[in-house]
Design a protein around this ligand. Structure first.
Ligand code: ZN
Length: 329
C-alpha cells in the first residue's frame, strides 16, 4: 500500500540530529550517593572515596546505569539547563499523533557505555531520529515503531585537541499506534451503549474475609489478638507481637485522622473520578488503613485532619467500600 504524503515528510526527518541537552550539574558525589541509595547500590567504587582511590580509576566514578540521570530536566517538564536546544526531538511522535496514531508504548530502552564517567565531568546529549518502521499491526493496534538514539558526551574545554568525548548512548524505541478494538463513538442519546466500567474487587482470602463481610454490614472491623489484645491491620494470620494464631475482632469507632495521602491524577482510569484522593487513615484505635477520601478538595486535604468513615456502595450494590470524610476537629 502506498504511503500517505504526510508519511514521506516523517521519513524525510529520519537521520536528523537534534541539538544538545546539557546536564544541570557536573558529575558529582551527592547525586551519585542519592542515586545509589534509591537503587539499593552499595558498590564502594561509587561511594567510598578512599576505596575508589585505590582502584584503576583513582577516584569515585558514577554508576554507568545513571547516565541518563545527569541530563534530566528535573521535577518540572522541559526545564532544561541553560544552553540546551529548544528543538523537539519527539516532533515525529506529535505528527503521528495528529495523523491518528495517538497511543504510545515504550518497547525497548537500551543503554550502552564507552567508559565510566568521573566526578567533575560535564555531560550533554544529542538526539538522532534513527528509524521509523513500516506500518505494523500488533495485538495493541496498528502503527509505527520509532527509534531515537541519544548520544552522551563529556564536554572538553574549548580548544581541547580531542574534542568532546562520547561516553555512552541510549536507544529508545516506542510504538506509536491506533489502538485495536476502540469502542465506536456513541451517538447522542445512546448513552446506554457506553461500556460501564466497574471497580476492581478486593482480593478476599480466609484472612481478610471478616473485614469485607464487616464492610458489607456497615462495620469497620479490626483484627485483635485474643492472647495479648494487640490490634492489627491489614489482617494477617499471626500476631506480630506474641505470635499467637488466635484472634477475634473489635468494631472500630470509624473515627481517625489523615496520617498521609496521595492524589492520583493520571492515568485517568474509569470508573474512578479524577483527581482521586487516597488517604492513609490512622484510626483512633491505633491501626492504619488505606481508603478513598470523599467530601474534600485536593488542595484542602491536611495531614492530621479528623475524618469519619462512611460506607459507599458501588456498581449497583456489588461492592461496598469504607471511605473517609473530613469532619470538624
Ligand atoms: Zn498477641
Amino acid at each position: 500500500m502506498a504511503e500517505q504524503e504526510w508519511m514521506s515528510e516523517v521519513r524525510a526527518k529520519v537521520g536528523r540530529e537534534y541539538g544538545r541537552v546539557y546536564a544541570w550539574d557536573e558529575v558529582n558525589a551527592p547525586m551519585i550517593r542519592q542515586w545509589c541509595e534509591v537503587m539499593g547500590v552499595d558498590n564502594p567504587l561509587y561511594l567510598d572515596a578512599d576505596y575508589a582511590a585505590t582502584t584503576e580509576f583513582g577516584g569515585i566514578v558514577a554508576p554507568p546505569a545513571m547516565l541518563q540521570a545527569w541530563c534530566l530536566e528535573g521535577l518540572h517538564m522541559n526545564n532544561y539547563a541553560p544552553g540546551s536546544t529548544d528543538e523537539n526531538p519527539y516532533e515525529v511522535l506529535k505528527t503521528l499523533e495528529a495523523r491518528g496514531f495517538p497511543s504510545v508504548v515504550a518497547v525497548n530502552s537500551d543503554l550502552s557505555f564507552e567508559r565510566y564517567v568521573r566526578l567533575g565531568e560535564k555531560l550533554y546529549y544529542t538526539t538522532r531520529l534513527d528509524a521509523v518502521g513500516e506500518e505494523k499491526t500488533t495485538a495493541l493496534g496498528t502503527g509505527y515503531f520509532v527509534t531515537l538514539i541519544m548520544s552522551f558526551f563529556s564536554q572538553k574545554p574549548a580548544g581541547d585537541a580531542g574534542g568532546d568525548e562520547r561516553v555512552g548512548q541510549l536507544l529508545f524505541r516506542v510504538f506509536k499506534f491506533r489502538p485495536a478494538n476502540v469502542p465506536k463513538p456513541v451517538e447522542k442519546g445512546a448513552a446506554a451503549a457506553v461500556p460501564k466500567f466497574k471497580r476492581p474487587k478486593p482480593g478476599v482470602s480466609d484472612d481478610t474475609r471478616f473485614f469485607w463481610e464487616g464492610v458489607d454490614a456497615g462495620k469497620l472491623l479490626i483484627q485483635r489478638c485474643t492472647c495479648c489484645s494487640t490490634l492489627r491491620h491489614p489482617p494477617a494470620p499471626v500476631c506480630i507481637k506474641c505470635h499467637s494464631f488466635d484472634w477475634d475482632t473489635v468494631e472500630a469507632s470509624g473515627k481517625g485522622s489523615i496520617y498521609s495521602f496521595v492524589v492520583m491524577h493520571y492515568p485517568e482510569v474509569p470508573p474512578f473520578e479524577h483527581p482521586n484522593p487516597i488517604g492513609l487513615i490512622e484510626l483512633d484505635e491505633g491501626v492504619r488503613l488505606v481508603a478513598g477520601l470523599v467530601g474534600v478538595k485536593r488542595d484542602e486535604i491536611q495531614i492530621g485532619a479528623r475524618v469519619q468513615v462512611e460506607f459507599q456502595s458501588f456498581d449497583d450494590g456489588e461492592l461496598t467500600l469504607p471511605m473517609f470524610r473530613p469532619i470538624a476537629a
